[in-house]
Design a protein around this ligand. Sequence first.
Ligand code: AMP
Ligand code: GLY
Length: 429
Amino acid sequence: MRVLVVGGGGREHALAWCCARSPRVDEVLVAPGNAGSAQEPGVRNVAVAAGDIAGLIDVARRESVDLVIVGPEQPLVDGIADQLTAAGIACFGPNAEASQLEASKSFTKAFLDRHGIPTASFERFTAFDAARDYIERTGAPLVVKADGLAAGKGVVVADSVAMAVEAARAMLVDGQFGDASREIVVEAFLEGEEASFIAITDGNTLLPLATSQDHKARDEGDRGPNTGGMGAYSPAPVVTDAVAEHVMRDIMLPTLEGLAKDGIDYVGFLYAGLMIDSTGQARVLEFNCRLGDPETQPILMRLASDLTVLAEAAIARTLDTVSIEWDPRASLGVVMAAGGYPGSYDNGAVIRGLDAVGDAAKVFHAGTREEGDDIVTAGGRVLTVCALGATVAEAAEQAYAAADAIDWKDCYRRNDIGYRAIQRERDGS
Ligand code: AMP
Ligand code: GLY
């Protein structure tokens, strides 16, 4: 069979690598892919942008693609699954209606409230005066969120009333995020540790993936500006068996039932971003309608099942007939980024040392491009260097040993990816 992966980041390189390992798969196409997917055995890039839905349908037809797997959220929100399905092409990913779980925080908060799923208490506003009154009445800390997609920048964790009021003003009055901030959600600040809980669903059955955790802050100790993610690992020790059971019972399955009750068909990855407090109680921070990046890279390193079988079963609504197997080892990925990211940064630096990485690690590319015989940087997050190990600590050791071999001008990485998990392993908890 032939698979088309839509997107060009580290997540998509990992998806392509994962599908190419399947004995059922003859070839994987990636649109548009990156220098890593270009060099991956059994994988070929096609020069079509992830947002060009008509172009992607053309490619799928021309190349006799049997299965499309969509990486990023924007094409899903824009209806790529609806359009591919209408064209008779199997697509693994939710339709536009279901993708509102990621595209609209206001929709999601109302959904969670309606179905009694644990989340931070909240109010929704379109008028600034009402938002300001609520913020002043409630007091800090508070979290102010633009309703729509704002490239990860639409959330302000405010530790003062003044900061929350300013965020609300910027969004509602100044139109900071355009249409995406016409409406805002103001919610209670939750204490705890975050984890990503991702599942595959066909709308009836839900198969959880291995747990994971990412580091969103740029700097060590989880400080500094928010990024797309500077590293991730799996499993996430904060999600103990008891926590996982509670998340399935009180969050994931009620979400599936809520979608069904609301008449929303959901096929694809469903990602719950959770805050887990010190008593093990989990609450939903957000939903994503796709896999996380960089969580995908370490998660797929551990996947022992055939992803194409899982995706096709979900599309056929027969997910209850398949199971999902995991490598028991831990896995960890370190993001190597361009200096300056998530602010402005240079592209075009020649990446050295990729050939020196041995078999103990796997380098997934994100912002890279081929230039003659060189591979050069072409984005903020450039590589995710992943490795397996008996423990998260051992996986980290292997991943960092490989990352040490790679370098370019102004390369930046965090050196503490996995520190919470490693601390828990040391404490034996
Ligand atoms: P979101 O896009 O809603 O997941 O928010 C982005 C990030 O903001 C999350 O990963 C958290 O680190 C933080 N955040 C969001 N909502 C809350 C909350 N209610 N309490 C504490 N931190 C939050
Ligand atoms: N790593 C977080 C995300 O993909 O949303």
